[in-house]
Write a protein that binds this ligand. Structure first.
Ligand code: WTA
Length: 648
């Protein structure tokens, strides 16, 4: 890996909120006395009842309890909208850029206030109130932000399901959180192609507990013909005509849940990550301001989808809490051409741009031409998130996209962390391509070895976090034990991230990727267990094991070893059939890239699949399989190597 160091440019430092000395000072204060630090920064949002308690947190075995600003009351929508009306009512809150380059609009804070009030009233009319769960299955249209904020206004809890998930995945999430109301659109539109959202909802509801879903609210996006079930389904624009846009906000306790977001883990089905109100908003807004060096008047664009945590914290909540102008993009980077990102930047004079390495890598493939034909002079800060950024992609982002004028912030965080934990700050941090660099305020990374021994100085190991920060998830919805088990049982008194990392002599962190059975495909998390259980549900499959392997564009690809039922032969047609099966079952992001038919899987004598060996073979690195002597049938390994799908 490159150990190149890029100094903070004078222009970045001069404009920045803080320089290195200030970072050092604030960081030291944040970890030596978190109470005082967060008591001060907790005031960055408005509270209807100010908090007197700041931090009540415990990572102790048997007592995992995380509470911030516990006795305060506030409302997230008021913080994201109402409090800006006096000073910036006519400023653009959201720039919406449609899939079609000829379609875009600006929504001011005042308009946002009215739209959110109206949507909140539509929900309230349908019995939605404090604590109720509402599932959102929406494309990237302004109504997605309105719906999130409308829930927040009522104290209802939204659970967004990414529009790329299948009806089955949607059904298990609706069931999981017990949503009585689903908000969707007739169809989504991405890269000129229609996504049948309403039809998927109909399919999903057939698989949901009977009579659970009472209302489906359908936003008209394409005007496509969809089935509407009388009494249950209503078009949003029709329901909206029946209500005013004035809806009082429900002030809720700081620890009242704001949203549930399902995410994949090492084992079992996705879990509902719960984020609450006060601490989450303080942390999302503070990181948004400092990490992107956001100044009033800047135009900020995060290309994520609101179906992922990045969209929650850094399209909607963080930016709007800061009174920012946030751009929301419906389309994809390659439509109508692979200049689209850069054209949108020029069209709206974007100053801060935040995307994923997978997008950068795919655009790199098209060469510099599509970038160079645009100006990009407005750009100042470039962000990266979702997976390790390889130094080649980093260099291209820095040299070609940013023309060596823009700072790069490689931000490491997770659905569970609510906001960015390890990242450079534009005016403060020297950059090393490929390194997420240093912790944000209040974050104490700890490196441990496999036995849980804390490592000092330069080292390589598993990344944990000591002590809580305000944006941390509070529990797994309905299953606090799973929360403790997943994150706090591997290493005592530490939050275990599931990531491996290296720490260098300067104390910089280099995230090396997941060390558990989660794979990261194009920046999206996928549990190998989920793909395996989908594969074994196929009538011809008897057993399956899924691992990740290095993939040029996606970061990691999905490699599936499949054992068929007695007497069956695998061929390309069956490969296709299995891929279609998984896509339909989970969603396109779970599609296996390579499928190897294996008569047997390497197992220990006690029957445990030795995934280490499968990973090595999938990586085409079978020269160093390590100890295979504990295998029940060592010969299966030869067959696996012989028939491997990923050949150098
Ligand atoms: C990975 C996305 C390296 C990591 C916000 C983490 C990263 C998982 C980075 C969380 C980064 C995210 N460098 N790896 N800058 N950012 N990751 O929950 O493995 O979708 O654990 O949250 O993505 O993915 P999630």
């Amino acid at each position: 890996m490159s150990e190149k160091v890029i100094d903070v440019q004078d222009a970045w430092r001069e404009r920045a909120l803080i320089d290195d000395a200030k970072y050092q000072e604030m960081y030291a204060a944040s970890v030596s006395d978190p109470e005082t630090f967060w008591a001060e920064h907790g005031k960055r949002i408005d509270w209807s009842t100010p908090f007197t308690k700041v931090k009540e947190t415990s990572f102790a075995p048997g007592n995992i309890s995380i509470k911030w600003f516990e006795d305060g009351k506030t409302n997230v929508a008021v913080n994201c909208i109402d409090r800006h009306l006096e000073t910036r009512g006519d400023q653009t809150a959201i720039i919406w850029e449609g899939d079609d380059p000829n379609e875009s609009k600006h929504i001011t804070y005042r308009q946002l206030h009215a739209e959110v009030g109206r949507m909140a009233n539509v929900l309230r009319n349908r019995g939605v109130g404090k604590g109720d769960r509402v599932t959102l299955y929406l494309p990237m249209i302004p109504e997605a932000a309105y719906a999130m904020l409308a829930c927040a206004r009522l104290g209802a809890i939204h659970a967004i399901v990414f529009g790329g998930f299948s009806p089955d995945s949607l059904a298990s999430r609706i069931n999981g959180c017990g949503s009585k109301v689903v908000i969707t659109a007739d169809e989504g539109l991405r890269g000129g192609r229609k996504v049948p959202l309403k039809a998927n909802v109909d399919e999903a509801i057939k698989r949901v507990e009977k009579d659970l879903v009472e209302h489906v609210i359908v936003v008209k996006r394409t005007g496509g013909d969809v089935a509407m079930e009388p009494g249950r389904d209503v078009y949003y624009h029709e329901a909206a005509e029946q209500v005013t846009d004035d809806c009082p906000a429900e002030q809720v306790e700081a620890e009242h849940p704001l949203f549930i977001l399902y995410t994949s883990g090492s084992t079992g089905q996705p879990k509902g990550v719960v984020h609450t109100t006060g601490g989450y908003l303080v942390y999302a807004s503070m990181t948004h301001q400092y990490v992107f060096d956001y100044h009033d008047g800047d135009v900020y664009w995060c290309t994520a989808d609101v179906g992922w945590v990045t969209g929650h914290s850094y399209i909607v909540y963080g930016p709007l809490a800061n009174g920012a102008t946030t751009l929301m993009f419906e389309g994809i980077p390659t439509y109508p051409s692979n200049s689209r990102f850069w054209e949108v930047i020029d069209k709206h004079n974007v100053n801060i741009f935040y995307t994923a390495p997978t997008a950068i890598r795919s655009l790199m493939g098209g060469g510099e031409g599509p970038v160079k034909k645009t100006s990009r002079q407005s750009l100042r800060v470039l962000g990266s998130v979702g997976e390790p950024i390889n130094p080649e992609a980093w260099d291209w982002y820095y040299n070609v996209v940013g023309e060596r004028r823009c700072s790069i912030v490689d931000t490491w965080w997770q659905t569970e962390t609510g906001g960015i934990l390890i990242t450079p700050l534009p005016g403060a941090t020297k950059l090393k391509p490929g390194s997420a660099t240093r912790p944000f305020f209040g974050v104490q990374p700890v490196m441990v070895d496999a036995e849980g021994k804390e490592l000092e100085g330069k080292c390589e190991g598993n990344l944990c976090i000591k002590d809580s920060w305000p944006g941390q998830m509070r529990t797994v919805y309905g299953d606090h034990e799973r929360f403790e088990q997943t994150y706090f049982s591997t290493y005592k008194n530490l939050y275990f991230t599931g990531d491996g990392a290296r720490r260098d002599d300067d104390g910089y962190y280099w995230i090396t990727g997941r060390v558990d059975d989660v794979i990261n495909v194009s920046g999206h998390r996928m549990g190998t267990a989920e793909v395996e259980s989908s594969l074994v549900a196929h009538p011809k499959v008897s057993e399956a094991a899924v691992v990740g392997y290095p993939h040029n564009l996606k970061g990691q690809g999905i490699y599936a070893y499949v054992t068929l039922n007695e007497g069956l032969e695998g061929d390309d047609a069956l490969r296709k059939e299995l891929v279609t099966w998984v896509r339909k079952d989970i969603g396109p992001i779970a599609s296996p890239d390579l499928i190897q038919f294996a008569p047997g899987l390497p197992k220990t004598r006690s029957g445990k699949i030795m995934r280490r060996i499968l990973r090595k073979i999938a990586e085409d690195d079978f020269g160093s399989l390590g100890d295979t002597s504990t295998l029940a049938e060592p010969a299966v390994v030869d067959d696996l190597i012989e028939n491997r799908q990923n050949r150098g």
